[in-house]
Design a binder for this molecule. Sequence first.
Ligand code: NAD
Ligand code: LMR
Length: 326
Amino acid sequence: MKAPVRVAVTGAAGQIGYALLFRIASGEMLGKDQPVILQLLDLPQAQAAVKGVMMELEDCAFPLLAGMVASDDPNVAFKDADYAILVGARPRSKGMERKDLLEANGAIFTVQGKALNDHASRNVKVLVVGNPANTNAYIAMKSAPDLPAKNFTAMLRLDHNRALSQLAAKTGKAVADIENMAVWGNHSPTMYADYRFATIGGESVKQMINDDVWNSDVFLPTVGKRGAAIIEARGLSSAASAANAAIDHIHDWALGTNGKWVTMGIPSDGSYGIPEGVMFGFPVTCANGEYTIVQGLEIDEFSRGRINVTLNELEEERAGVAHLLG
Ligand code: NAD
Ligand code: LMR
């Protein structure tokens, strides 16, 4: 058996936390041979609920659960963390856009970025789920100057998975057979879900569908506005599918994708003309605990237009939080 790793999860008493923690403890995220110590952060008023979740985790008798810590102090919860999944934030309600959460949630990520900087493992892998996820991840990264910027990521995997399911339904093929899907940009309705390179059994998905109007009028709005559609239907924002995407994101980052493309929000290295440091969704492959941007993809005029829209939105969000970063 491997030595345990420390997984910090914020917002542990929330809906995503409830859908996430049991799967981490059962080994679905880091493998069935990897013991984990859960370090759970939530607000002071949520500590009783966190205790309840810990009681249920105990009652599962997970063989891989090597310990648990609960705290309302990020300096405690992030101590020596190998992984940090930052979920804790206010979700939006009907009628709000994710960027409406900037003020409410942005401040959380300066404090937590600093706590990671001061207390986490130097190799900590950070995933920001709390919205607006890209900009919160950017704030955390900028608040942690002693940690490698590349260790900070934002969740676009839910958008990637949503796109795969829509394509499977349209083509009548299995999700598992779709390769080379990409989602560019912000986790917001401006994201650009791009299936131009996608294949099923070696055949082009774009040619199979052969309908640009479906792409622009049905597929892109369906994927882009799926979060709002779920809030409308459920009265609450997505939780189980968000937790599932977080598991997928960390699993693939830590254990590799075997050449398969996945989407991660990562600080740009300048690829595809995205200014360095912008927290942007890119198609990546993962191996040996590192992600690599898929290079050499042709960006046609339609795609460049879409990428510019989502980039502009991220630049605006970044300007909107500049005051938090001093
Ligand atoms: P929730 O309200 O059920 O739970 C949030 C939890 O975070 C609560 O327990 C709350 O007490 C806690 N919290 C608030 N501020 C905190 C802080 N400063 N430190 C630690 N904990 C804190 O919300 P939820 O449905 O679990 O959603 C959480 C976040 O995830 C929201 O911002 C939501 O918009 C976002 N989200 C993102 C994606 C994505 O794809 N990136 C998908 C779904 C939801
Ligand atoms: C989602 O995409 O489901 C989440 O980001 C929640 C939201 O506010 O849309």
